[in-house]
Write a protein that binds this ligand. Structure first.
Ligand SMILES: Cc1cc2nc3c(=O)[nH]c(=O)nc-3n(C[C@H](O)[C@H](O)[C@H](O)COP(=O)(O)O)c2cc1C
Length: 430
């Protein structure tokens, strides 16, 4: 399909530029020839020497280079290709393309070409969702530019959401589609931001572990990273919901467009959740410690030559059950719990659904080798009164997107919007 095809690859200055090296290899393996142009910023991420070595061609970086112009002028270069691909495409180069700027070699080639252009955007989620970027994308689509990606996922900066560059093989598939091969469905178009299907809804989400203090320097914790809960908060906010994220200690940035409340212990999380009622929905993704140390030492426990101290445990409040069974005025219309199990995942989740009084349980596998704790993917079952949906292993961002869409569908079929008034509940630990 690509044998003998000439690709002009424009590399702009994003962290995903390293993936364009892999893209060059994949294209050449398929018989295509690849000439590259790089922006000045791209040279900060990959060297022209690496690009030139892998492509086997000279790399164009400077529009005012006398030798380059003498060998092959920029107009000739822009036409001497069957397809122009921009990967990664930064927010900046999309803006320059949409404006028709030609202020360096890369954008001059893009403006001078008479060949089809395919771009693979790559940027931080907020940059991608910014109205200016979305306007530029819309303009470029109207100008006939084709897009592949961006994908949802974890960013190099630690945030979740759309903005990751499509994988090199996905870009290859999109390039082949430009030459007539049918494109896999999920790559068809740039994925638009999701519809505002939860506008006017308020949702509380919990995330992360809790830290139960032993003394001022020690605590009991668990392995939860908060990635799934944070991804759910981001997915709900991207659909227009007002999201209150109550998170235990995690090393993730606060998701965009979400009011984030940071807590330490289960009792703080309990109070923060109740203080933020009423809400239309509450999603309890946090791995809340079942127990705390009954009496927290006010000073650091000292190591003595006697026997080690004995920690007496007390039960923590059950946030899921408390909110699912609170009075009808305050109970969210939809209460969703999470169950992390190492075995008999669905059976335990069904039991939990009945015993906690919640509406749905998202049951996930956390057994050995599952990669759920701290990993980027998750395999879940959505357990409802009317049946169980088994979802295949997906990225946590995809699980979050699916769950947010199910929640939006639930509300579009039922419940009126809650009145957003705050109840009077005393602050602090209960
Ligand atoms: C470490 C680092 C990573 C960056 N990653 C991206 C990115 O992935 N996407 C993006 O649009 N801009 C990114 N930028 C910002 C661009 O490099 C910057 O906007 C630059 O002006 C882009 O120039 P260009 O479009 O001419 O290549 C990053 C900057 C730094 C310092």
């Amino acid at each position: 399909m690509l044998k003998g095809k000439r690709i002009l690859l424009v590399i702009s200055g994003g962290i995903a530029a390293y993936k364009s090296l892999e893209l060059i290899r994949r294209l050449r393996e398929r018989g295509a020839s690849v000439r590259c142009a790089m922006t000045k910023a791209a040279e900060q991420f990959v060297t022209p020497l690496s690009v030139s070595s892998l492509s086997g061609e000279k790399v164009s970086t400077d529009i005012f280079s006398l030798t380059d112009e003498a060998e092959m002028g920029h107009i000739e270069l822009s036409r001497d290709a069957d397809l122009v691909v921009v990967a990664p495409a930064t927010a900046n180069i999309l803006a320059r393309m949409a404006q028709g700027l030609a202020d360096d070699m890369a954008t001059t080639l893009l403006l001078a070409t008479d060949k089809p252009i395919l771009v693979a955007p790559a940027m931080n989620v907020r940059m991608w969702l910014h109205p200016a970027t979305q306007r530029n994308v819309e303009q470029l689509k109207q100008d006939g530019v084709a897009f592949v990606g961006p994908n949802d996922g974890e960013m190099a900066c630690g945030e979740y959401g759309p903005g990751r560059m499509a994988e090199p093989l996905e870009i290859v598939a999109a390039i082949e589609a430009q030459f007539g091969k049918p494109l896999p469905k999920h790559l068809m178009l740039v994925q638009p931001p999701p519809a505002q299907s939860l506008k006017g809804r308020k949702v509380i989400v919990t995330s992360g572990p809790t830290h139960e203090p032993i003394d001022p320097v020690r605590y009991i914790a668990n392995r939860s990273s908060g990635k799934q809960g944070h991804a759910i908060a981001a997915a709900l906010a991207a659909r227009g919901a007002e999201v209150i994220l109550v998170t235990g200690p995690v090393s993730l940035p606060d998701p965009p467009g979400v009011k984030t409340i940071h807590v330490e212990a289960a009792r703080d999380m309990f109070s923060a959740c109740f203080l933020n009622l009423p809400a239309d929905a509450a999603i309890f993704a946090a791995a809340v410690a079942d127990w705390r140390v009954a009496v927290e030492a006010s000073q650091k426990l000292k190591k003595t030559s006697d026997t080690p101290p004995t920690l007496r445990l007390a039960e923590n409040p059950d946030i899921l059950r408390a909110i699912a069974t609170t009075d009808a005025k305050r109970r969210p219309t939809l209460v969703v719990g999470f169950a992390a199990e190492t075995e008999n995942v669905v059976a335990y989740a069904k039991k939990k659904l009945a015993s906690k009084g919640c509406d749905w349980i998202v049951a996930n596998h956390v057994g050995e080798g599952s990669d759920t704790f701290g990993g980027d993917s998750n395999r879940v079952h959505l357990v409802r009164q009317d049946g169980v949906e088994d979802w295949p292993r997906m990225s946590k961002a995809e699980v979050a997107a699916q769950l947010a869409d199910r929640i939006a569908a639930f509300f579009s079929e039922s419940a009126p919007v809650v009145k957003l008034t705050k109840p009077k509940i005393s602050k602090g630990r209960s």
